[in-house]
Design a binder for this molecule. Structure first.
Ligand code: G2I
Length: 647
């Protein structure tokens, strides 16, 4: 399963590199093709961090971003402060803007970053251990889950900058509240949310072999030996010409690669002090060349992401007054010697030299127009550059790619009724060169019969299987007569926040708090997005989950047809310190434990007893720890373990 998304990355990288020419200034003689064309020929990505505001507002910024790079990282838009500024209030406008841009330009996205001490809202930093862990798991599940089925988003920085310079764990609110266990928990939560994404740990000042990079090495090695899903290590590489170049970079990348992880340069920039001189530019260019060469020399190095591309929007001057000029383009989008250095390092002279785009295709003709689709066909292009005609891209009037085709026709679907669409096409050759835009064509979809009738109101939900952390809801189904058909249901809490969705007339709620009253209602949804009225609500109270001076709360992290993972199970001590603990819970018949971590499990009949591992039995007053387990179950069975009790 995982390899599918990774394979699609390679396919996306191979799919297309735009012709650069129009916006680039004073192209050096050797710059015969864009960076992404050469990087692709070497089997690497070349990426940039993108900021949302210039991406929305500056054509020159967009043009370079799309033509030179085949990988993108959101400089800020996917950080916690941007995606979940308040508890359970998610905003994805900036993140989606970047993902949509990347999708339109055949670029892969690296998600940055899920768990970091910086740019995380105050409400997270002040939570109790139990609530902080829940907030972290929820955040990861929601943010990673949003893009899990999107092939553009291929990897994530799961934890960022967890080390001090001396190699000890950073004394962050994460570490100070949860201990180092948050790291493994975060990776497991990310894997559960997207089994296909590559999961990275990322840091700065780890480019050379030093105390910090060795601590990183030891942690990655240890986590992998414990089957924690760490797939990749990111080396930020915020370099400065005032410090020597880390000449052991390649050796360092290789020692990590030997652990079996992918390595990548994630945030490269090279700042200089004072103003630019040709000597400083040359030193900077050497640093860039050295980094690219180190990545090229290590098979497991996937590529290099530069932390922006124009000095106009670099973070450096804000953070290091008197320093700057760290990127490949100046404030006016002119290429600097560092651009040429990166270009020439990537260009080994043997890659395709086809820089001739195909001829411009004819204007598309629309036919077979319905309320939701149309067929387009156009006069074919020819290609004389050597790599041959590969296909066509179809764009709408805002320049968003809406279809591709390998022939001179395409079928558009999913259009809105009674809407005018203006479309044009560009031909693409085997080296990724794009033709000029064809003349555009405007057509209007037919009226169709738009469904504005909401489904009937669902029955009052009934709550069952109530535990200290979850419950099952079921209700009488709705019907839909509007034509688009019943699509599913949304479940809301009393504050009107949607807390679950379901395609059937039942839903499982997880992650609830013990001994808490919950009031919930449901609404049905049809295929056109119409929502029914609210059902009547039901109130239920979760069980206490506590006896014997401790409490336990279990979270169903993920489930599939044949099994599920419960993680974290949080054991919180009462007021007297203890040296051991035991939790019992009940497995439905036919369920079997297939794995567990941070606890020793024994099974007797349907009762499972989880006792502390050698290292986590000591709990001070009010302290907590977590464990987890995985269960196999018959594929038709949707029940899960229940009745968690502190024994
Ligand atoms: O600090 C450089 C990088 C180190 N590694 C992690 C990266 O995520 C980090 O990136 C920088 C961004 O380049 C800055 O753009 O992270 C900074 C935050 O720690 C970003 O700065 C923030 C400012 O602090 C905010 O005031 C501002 O609202 O950028 C925000 C958006 O412009």
């Amino acid at each position: 399963m995982r390899s599918l998304k990774w394979r699609s990355v390679a396919a996306a990288a191979l799919a297309l590199a735009s012709a650069a020419a129009t916006v680039l200034v004073a192209t050096p003689a050797s710059a015969d093709a864009a960076l992404r064309v050469h990087a692709q020929a070497r089997g690497k990505f070349i990426g940039t961090a993108l900021a949302t505001s210039p991406l929305a507002n500056e054509t020159a910024y967009r043009n370079i971003a799309q033509s030179e790079f085949n990988q993108v990282t959101a400089e800020n838009a996917m950080k916690w402060s941007d995606t979940e500024p308040n508890d359970n209030q998610y905003t994805f406008s900036g993140a989606d803007q970047i993902v949509n841009f990347a999708t339109a330009n055949n670029q892969q996205v690296h998600g940055h970053t899920l768990v970091w001490h910086s740019q995380t809202p105050g409400w997270v930093q002040n939570l109790s251990a139990t609530n902080m862990r829940t907030a972290m798991n929820d955040h990861i599940a929601t943010v990673v889950g949003r893009y899990a089925s999107n092939p553009t988003v291929v990897s994530w920085d799961v934890v960022n900058e967890v080390f001090e310079e001396n190699g000890s764990f950073r004394s962050s609110f994460w570490y100070n509240t949860l201990g180092s266990s948050f790291i493994a928990d975060a990776f497991r939560a990310a894997r559960a949310a997207d089994p296909d994404a590559r999961l990275c740990i990322n840091d700065y000042n780890v480019e050379g072999i030093n105390a910090k990079s060795t601590a990183m090495y030891n942690l990655v090695s240890q986590l992998r030996s414990q089957n924690v899903p760490v797939d990749c290590v990111g080396f930020q590489s915020h370099l400065s010409t005032q410090y020597g170049f880390p000449n052991d970079l390649q050796q360092n990348l290789q020692r990590f690669a030997n652990l079996g992880v992918q390595v990548r340069i994630t945030e490269l920039d090279v700042r200089i002090q004072g103003s630019r001189t040709s000597a400083k530019d040359a030193t900077q260019a050497t640093y860039y060349r050295n980094v690219v060469n180190a990545c090229l020399a290590v098979t497991a190095c996937a590529g290099v992401t530069i932390w922006g591309f124009t000095d106009k929007y670099s973070w450096v001057p804000d953070t290091f007054p008197g320093e700057g000029f760290a990127l490949l383009y100046d404030n006016n989008y002119s290429q600097k010697p560092s651009y040429t250095a990166v270009h020439d390092a990537l260009d080994d002279g043997t890659n395709p030299t086809d820089t001739t785009p195909p001829t411009t295709p004819g204007a598309p003709t629309a036919s077979g127009i319905t309320s939701s689709g149309a067929s387009l066909s156009w006069t074919a292009s020819t290609d004389s550059g050597g790599s041959g005609l590969a296909g066509y891209n179809v764009y709408n009037s805002s320049g968003t790619q809406i279809a591709t085709s390998t022939t001179n026709s395409a079928t558009l679907s999913g259009l809105s009724a009674s809407t005018a669409y203006t479309v044009y096409v560009r031909a693409r050759d085997g080296a990724g060169n794009l033709s000029s835009n064809s003349t555009s064509t405007t057509f209007t979809t037919t009226g169709g019969s738009s469904d504005t009738t909401a489904p009937t109101t669902p029955g009052t939900p009934a709550a069952s299987s109530i535990t200290s952390s979850g419950a099952t809801l079921s209700w009488t189904a709705s019907t839909d007569s509007g034509g688009s058909g019943l699509a599913g249901y949304n479940v809301y809490n009393s504050g009107g926040t949607q807390i679950a969705t379901s395609t059937t007339n039942s839903a499982t709620l997880t992650g609830l708090s013990a001994s808490t009253a919950y009031t919930v209602y449901v609404r049905a949804r049809d295929g056109a997005g119409n929502l029914s009225s609210n059902s009547a609500s039901v109130t239920f109270t979760t069980t206490g989950g506590s006896t014997g001076g401790c409490t336990v709360a279990a979270t169903l992290q993920t489930q599939w047809g044949g099994g599920y993972v419960v993680q974290p199970v949080t054991v919180t001590n009462g007021s007297s310190a203890r040296t051991s603990w035991a939790i019992t819970f009940t497995l439905p018949s036919g369920h079997t434990i297939v794995g567990s971590w941070n606890a020793v499990l024994t099974v007797s009949g349907n009762t499972v007893t989880a006792r502390n591992a050698a290292y986590n039995g000591n709990l001070g007053s009010g302290a907590s720890t977590t464990f987890g387990f995985q269960v196999a179950r018959p594929s038709s069975d949707t029940s899960t373990a229940s009745g968690y009790t502190c024994a």
